[in-house]
Design a protein around this ligand. Structure first.
Ligand SMILES: *Cc1c(COP(=O)(O)O)cnc(C)c1O
Length: 460
């Protein structure tokens, strides 16, 4: 195992009886006393723990390998490393990040089917063996540049019902798989399994069962060719909040029964997944401030006698984060973000049709095309929940607008629970491989010691 370097990030403990939402209020109050009023995040690391426990309950056979690209914050990666998760890394930098936290290379899958040669060499030199491929050219690169790769064949899925489609870019069609496996054999490479990704924002759980059944076919081909096929990787795409059409617990029974049918427990195949958004979306709340406002009067309403005053105007709010920053998820991840109000509206509050815009000078920088909000003022706050996935990870500082600060919080019981899992693993039903993960994680125990300072704490 690599020598761990200290995990460095700051977080605060939630005092008893306080929630992350209370911290949002507290930060708003602090900030409202100054002129800054910069946008900021509150991240509840306890929410990541909750997701992990929920995962273990719903998908007890499947070890999560967190997809780092979704949110590469050290705090999130460290919590997940402590919980015994594995990691899906797509680049040298992501591998470096995960390994800098002391994660053993056998808990990493290099899940990018199209890799740069120098990065394959990097993986080889750092003990990362599991990696995906979906083409013959990739096989030749790996044969040349890696000493001991354990290859996973990424197959295409029917992602026509997903919001973010991936199988145009990645995944071998079923009919190409036998040829690829034969080629791998000729090159003397080891193929250990199959992976897929149904696409993100999947709206039909049958996509998973179809893909699992396709994977079974490819397993059979591999076994015919003499490979010891022992890893099934069912990818990501699990929803990160319950604010979606198809909820997590509506998908998981479909997956479990497909696994029981095509990969029953006694077949000895290890099953992993690569959840990204699932783990982080709901942990992050983004708070933005209204920096400018326009009132657009409509012309017809003057003649409308019955008008209650709500139909005569449209409001445009300009806030201090936008699509070049945190809201890049609107462009890249097809996200729909709607604010909640910071102050509870009065019972007779009048709501107006509104649009919400980011701070840059680009006309594209629009967060919400249409929603309904009260008459807010410059300096007021808007709160966006579920902002942890594909937000901070891909944001830029275009036009000079800086990324919001992130305040990490966790309750003491949640922190203790994380440490307990790190030391002892999750209680049954445990999977065989789990013990190895715990051992690897607890080599770093000293970096996870209970901090002594009560509030603003450095984990070192
Ligand atoms: C992006 C990605 C994931 C994570 O997808 P989510 O929708 O965030 O779960 C998993 N695996 C691969 C290969 C990916 O590219």
């Amino acid at each position: 195992m690599n020598t761990p370097t200290p995990a460095q990030f700051e977080f605060s403990f939630l005092e008893e009886g306080f929630s992350a939402r209370d911290i949002v209020e507290q930060k708003i109050n602090e900030s409202s006393m100054t002129d800054d009023r910069d946008a900021f995040y509150v991240c509840d690391l306890g929410d990541v723990l909750k997701k992990h426990l929920r995962w273990a309950r719903a998908l007890p056979r499947i070890t999560p390998f967190y997809a780092v690209k979704c949110n590469d914050s050290r705090a999130v990666v460290m919590i997940l490393a402590s919980l015994g998760a594995g990691f899906d890394c797509a680049s040298k930098t992501e591998i470096q990040l995960v390994q800098s936290l002391g994660v053993d290379p056998n808990r990493i899958i290099y899940a990018n089917p199209c890799k740069q040669v120098s990065q394959i060499k990097y993986a080889s030199a750092h003990g990362v063996q599991m990696m995906t491929f979906d083409s013959e050219v990739e096989l030749m690169k790996v044969a040349r540049c890696h000493d001991n790769a354990k290859l996973v064949l990424r197959i295409a899925t029917d992602d026509s019902k997903a919001v973010c489609r991936l199988s145009v870019k990645f995944g071998a069609p079923l009919k190409a798989c036998r040829g690829l496996l034969e080629r791998a054999k000729e090159l003397g490479l080891d193929v250990i399994g199959v992976s897929f990704h149904v696409g993100s924002g999947c709206t039909d759980p049958e996509t998973y069962s179809q893909a699992i059944s396709d994977a079974r076919c490819v397993f059979d081909m591999g076994e015919e060719l003499g490979y010891n096929m022992n890893l099934l990787d069912i990818g990501g795409g699990f929803p990160g909040s319950d604010d979606v059409k198809l909820k997590f617990e509506e998908i998981t029974p479909v997956i479990n029964s497909a696994l029981d049918k095509y990969f029953p427990v006694d077949c000895g195949v290890r099953v992993i997944a690569e959840p990204g958004r699932y783990y982080v979306a709901s942990a992050y709340t983004l708070v933005v401030n209204i920096i400018a406002k326009k009132v657009i009067m409509s012309e017809q309403s003057a003649s409308d006698e019955e008008d209650d005053g709500t139909n005569d105007r449209t409001l445009m709010y300009y806030v201090n984060d936008g699509v070049y920053g945190s809201f890049n998820c609107i462009l890249y991840d097809h996200a729909h973000c709607l604010p909640t109000l910071h102050k509870k509206p009065k019972p007779d509050e009048v709501f107006y049709p509104c649009s919400i815009w980011g701070p840059t000078c680009d006309g594209l920088d629009r967060i919400v095309e249409q929603c309904s909000l009260p008459d807010l003022q410059v300096g007021d706050w808007l709160v966006f929940e579920n902002m942890g996935a594909y937000t901070v990870a891909a944001s830029s500082t275009f036009n000079g607008f800086q990324r919001p600060d992130i305040h990490y919080v966790i309750s003491r019981p949640a922190w203790q629970h994380v440490q307990q899992i790190c030391a002892q693993g999750l209680p049954a039903p445990a999977e065989e491989s789990h013990l190895a993960g715990v051992a690897a994680c607890c080599g770093r125990e000293s970096s996870l010691e209970m901090p002594t300072k009560p509030c603003h704490t450095h984990v070192a």
